[in-house]
Design a protein around this ligand. Structure first.
Ligand SMILES: Cc1cc2nc3c(=O)[nH]c(=O)nc-3n(C[C@H](O)[C@H](O)[C@H](O)COP(=O)(O)OP(=O)(O)OC[C@H]3O[C@@H](n4cnc5c(N)ncnc54)[C@H](O)[C@@H]3O)c2cc1C
Length: 941
């Protein structure tokens, strides 16, 4: 369903549904979350209460208001109250939307909804509408309890055929709601008879909570009473056309409106037929003014291409923005938020946010390390049980990206758990489960949280241990089993094994040895521990704590553990009856690259997680600075953001977060596309592995992590410092986020090694010379930014390439040739990653709709690039690519950009902030001192 409203480009059809929905609590969230709407809601409901007090025979003062604004009531409600409440919700919504500039071009009204529709169309005012509801209630009062209606998902002919089987019963097809959804009306006894004789294989009959039959031909007396009761109301001319589903057409000025409304008492409605009469186009959005999405769902079923929005059924956040921002600001916020969401749909984000709001997923304060680790696993298992089916087997890969984003904001330890469980362990099984007898079943155990995954690759004794495992899996030809063994302390595995009495399953990387020959590094799957402790032969150390992101990291070893043949994730390799080893990949390097398939998933998750955390940090710090005033002698009483140092620092952080988010999103898209082909042997890289296998596995994904982690660490530190004591407090979360950034300098592969490998691969390929940047190019020109970034990368790479060519030719060995250049190689790798990131941000900004959103996106992108040029200014000057005047102009432009962004700080916080999901006191809507005081326990003497 569409949720992005753009009043400049769309036209709206307001849809008013009939009765039959539950109004209890329908406006409660709106009232609570949008204080700006309260006055309007109170005023509208007061009018309705007044009419109810006057025209209902048994008034319940304030009940309609309570029903709508609280969750204290439930169906069935006293006579007439549900109708007044449904009417109240519709007119409140109509008022609020129109005040926010969302004005209907057309109205479509379903039965009872015609009353609110007439208010919307200018025919009646709110009080008259309420009186019309009382008139309807009075007309039906004698019928209450005698009849009702049933919903069935069948076409009109099929529903009629069903009713024809009971000719002795007075049952009628009251409404056609959609091509395959109808409403049956009738007396209670007849409806019960129908239900009792309904075929169990046919679509079920669902009761609708209405105390009488509507659209029911025998109700001539009700129609007469209603017509009479409506007479005191004098209709005004329409200002917006109304289409009635009873008439199947729009009202004309000459129509007798009271008479037309009365027809609904005895005659059926037909929504699909009426919708077909509406003059709509591709810019039309149907807005459902009901208390749920029942009408919009039927519209969607009738017109599958229709864009629909049901404000009270979708996240309240969307409605809040719509109501509180000007249409221009709203459009900019939605566009920027859409950009930040990247490959994850807004609906998926909203669903994931709801999952993560579960208090069971929150970390507890003041736990011992040991209890904290256990609790992290409990939360991980709980999360695995809550996740939607589509995440299994990465069937909907965007779900994994959504988990990464929300888990990172919620708690880095849980994020780390998700990375190991989903990215590494499930990811490895998924890649190699084809033709394996148990891998899919093991994966299922991890997906349901029944078992916890351990990914044991790194060995502690040597640098770059990923290049060749020393743990060996020796093939025993007698039993056709493997013996897994840790030959020495240097081969101890580093992994999450510190808690040793949980049901843990290891994905352990070992050198396969057949008949004394090393055949390559493969993954083995084995149970490591259960509730009783480690399995025989498995040794697990106590946790070797990492304060930055607590998890039970420790050491593991294997003492001649006998593994069945199927513990081997052989992935097409084999050992034949004559004990000869075969690998279709043909080389141990290619096998290594292939075995280490799963870190790809980690890099995509970490890119998304860290970029979300960067946006959270930057917006938290901006929120704080924006609300905080100073007592300094200069600028006494002004906000901290008025000061240039604060402004430059914090918008510099937001700019970094923005660019990293764009880069991580593009990488996530790449990963999502790649998941489709992940099991294919053909997609295994064959590239150069020098320091690590990472660049050969996926250069772009590895570089995303290598760029995001240091950027996030610097950013979190800066934001923490810019918030003073508020930054230092754990409950404001900067320390958690900084810790997460720190550990991803190494977890998932050492970033420096990734940069070196990436640059070395590029140096081995022909280099494309970029167009020389125009030294006088405009500082806000994206072409100039890209040319500068590309030239920096190209010249560094070329410098090394020339050195390598010359010195290799002179017979120096690789160590001599490369070692003297390593600083430049690392810098070239980073320059390449920066160019990719800048390219992503330029493209993403360009995709924003023209206007404020694009201006803000470009300003953030510009701020990032100009800071980057500033940082490398000495190099650019030395290369003749920048003169002194230009260098000085950079500062001026950066100031101007931060001034522009300051003018829109609230909008940017709204677009990019994670608000309450961070649980930081700073994010609270209450003033910071109150919010902070509320988060602490007090001893009062
Ligand atoms: C929090 C955390 C969680 C982790 N979780 C897991 C896990 O679950 N499973 C797992 O298997 N592993 C895990 N790891 C291990 C991680 O993959 C490794 O730390 C990482 O790959 C680096 O290896 P290393 O620690 O052995 O460092 P080293 O390879 O020893 O590197 C140390 C330093 O030396 C530099 N260096 C190394 N070699 C060279 C060279 N040839 N030339 C120039 N410089 C060099 C590096 O840049 C680095 O700065 C985790 C690590 C951390 C920090």
């Amino acid at each position: 369903m569409s949720t992005q409203l753009n009043v400049y480009r769309q036209n709206y059809v307001f849809g008013f549904p009939g009765q039959g929905s539950d109004p209890c609590g329908a406006l409660a969230e709106l009232y609570q979350c949008v204080p700006e709407a309260r006055e309007q809601i109170d005023a509208t409901l007061a009018i309705i209460e007044l009419q109810a007090a006057q025209y209902e025979p048994d008034p319940h003062p304030g009940l309609v208001t309570q029903v709508l604004l609280t969750h204290d009531h439930a169906l069935p409600l006293p006579s007439g109250v549900a109708q007044l409440a449904l009417y109240g919700a519709a007119v409140v919504l109509n008022q609020l939307l129109q005040a926010a500039g969302v004005v209907p071009a057309l109205i479509v009204a379903q039965s009872f909804g015609e009353i609110a529709a007439r208010v919307c169309g200018g025919v009646l005012d709110i009080a008259q509408g309420a009186r019309a509801v009382c008139a309807l209630n009075a007309a039906y009062r004698d019928e209450e309890g005698r009849g009702s209606m049933l919903l069935i998902n069948l076409s009109a002919p099929a529903t009629q055929a069903l009713l024809d089987r009971f000719p002795e019963r007075n049952l009628v097809l009251g409404s056609v709601n959609a091509p395959a959804q109808c409403i049956i009306s009738g007396e209670t006894a007849d409806l019960e008879h129908l239900r009792a004789h309904h075929d169990g294989n046919a679509p079920p009959l669902r009761p609708i909570p209405i105390a009488y039959a509507s659209h029911y031909p025998p109700h001539l007396e009700v129609a007469r009473k209603l017509y009479e009761n409506l007479q005191p109301l004098i209709p005004q001319p329409f200002h917006t056309p109304i289409y009635s589903t009873v008439l199947g057409r729009r009202y004309e000025p000459e129509d007798d409106l009271h008479h037309m409304f009365t027809r609904g008492v005895t005659q059926p409605t037909n929504l699909p037929h009426t919708l077909a009469q509406l003059p709509t186009d591709e810019h039309t959005v149907f807005i459902d003014l009901g208390v749920n999405n029942g009408l919009s769902t039927c519209i969607h079923k009738s017109l599958p291409d229709a864009q629909v929005y049901a404000p009270l059924a979708q996240p309240i956040e969307i409605l809040r923005l719509l109501l509180t921002k000007t249409p221009l600001e709203h459009e900019a916020i939605m566009a920027l938020r859409g950009l930040a969401n990247g490959p994850v749909d807004a609906q998926v984000h909203a669903h994931m946010a709801k999952i993560f709001r579960d208090p069971e997923l929150r970390p507890r304060a003041n736990q011992s390390f040991h209890d904290g680790h256990r609790h992290t696993y409990q939360r991980l298992q709980h999360l695995m049980r809550q996740l939607p089916e589509g995440i299994h087997g990465f069937a909907q890969p965007q779900l994994l990206m959504a988990v990464a984003s929300h888990a990172a904001i919620n708690d880095p330890s849980l994020f780390m758990g998700c990375v190991i469980q989903q990215g590494l362990c499930i990811g490895t099984l998924l890649a190699f489960e084809q033709d394996h007898p148990h891998a899919a079943q093991w994966r299922h155990q991890l997906e349901t949280g029944a078992r916890l995954g351990v990914y044991a690759l790194t060995e502690i004794g040597r640098s770059n241990s990923h290049m060749g495992a020393c743990v060996e899996a020796v093939f025993d030809p007698q039993t056709r089993t493997f013996v897994l063994n840790t030959p020495n302390k240097a081969a101890l595995k580093f992994a999450n094994v510190g808690i040793n009495n949980l049901d843990k399953m290891g994905v352990v990387f070992a050198q396969v040895t057949v008949q004394g020959q090393a055949c390559g590094v493969f993954a083995f799957v084995l149970p490591l521990s259960d509730a009783k402790g480690p399995r025989p032969g498995v040794c697990m150390s106590s946790p070797a704590e990492i304060r930055a992101v607590p998890l039970d990291y420790g050491l593991a070893s294997f003492d001649r553990v006998r593994l069945p043949f199927d513990a081997w994730l052989c992935d097409g390799a084999s050992i034949d009856a004559a004990n000869h080893f075969h690998d279709p990949l043909g080389s141990t390097d290619r096998r290594l690259i292939r075995s280490l398939f799963a870190p790809k998933n980690v890099w995509a998750m970490v890119g998304i997680g860290l970029s979300s955390v960067m946006l959270a940090c930057a917006t938290l710090a901006l929120t704080h600075a924006n609300r905080r005033t100073t007592q300094a002698r200069i600028g006494n009483g002004t906000g901290l953001l008025a000061f240039r140092t604060q402004r430059r620092a914090l918008f510099g952080c937001l700019a970094t977060a923005y660019v990293m988010k764009c880069f991580a999103n593009d990488s996530a898209r790449l990963w999502i596309e790649g998941t489709a082909s992940q099991a294919s042997l053909q997609t295994t890289g064959s590239g150069d592995v020098t320091w690590t296998p990472w660049a050969a596995i996926s250069q772009t994904l590895a570089l995303t992590k290598a760029l995001c982690a240091p950027a996030a660490e610097a950013l979190a530190t800066e934001c923490r410092l810019r918030c003073g004591v508020a930054g230092a407090l754990n409950l404001n979360r900067f320390a958690d986020y900084e810790g997460m950034a720190k550990i991803y300098q190494d977890a998932g592969g050492n970033n420096r090694m990734i940069l070196l490998d990436a640059a070395k691969v590029l140096i081995g390929q022909p280099l494309d010379e970029p167009t020389r940047p125009d030294p006088k190019g405009a500082l806000d020109d994206a072409a100039y930014w890209q040319a500068m970034a590309h030239t920096l990368e190209y010249r560094l790479l070329k410098q090394v390439a020339e050195h390598v060519a010359q010195h290799s030719g002179e017979g120096e060995d690789d160590m001599q040739v490369w070692n003297s250049q390593l600083m430049i190689v690392a810098r070239a790798g980073e320059a390449y990653a920066q160019r990719l990131a800048i390219q992503s941000a330029v493209q993403a900004s360009h995709s924003l709709p023209q206007g404020l959103a694009r201006e803000l996106g470009s300003a953030l992108c510009g701020m990032y690039v100009l800071e980057y040029l500033n940082k490398h200014a000495a190099w650019f000057i030395s290369e003749g690519l920048m003169d002194i005047a230009r260098y000085r102009a950079l500062e001026e432009r950066l100031d101007a950009l931060s001034d522009f962004l300051t003018a829109h700080v609230e909008l940017l916080i709204e677009a990019f902030g994670h608000g309450e999901a961070t649980r930081a006191a700073i994010a609270d809507t209450a003033p910071y001192p109150d919010a902070l005081a509320n988060k602490l326990q007090w001893a009062v003497g």
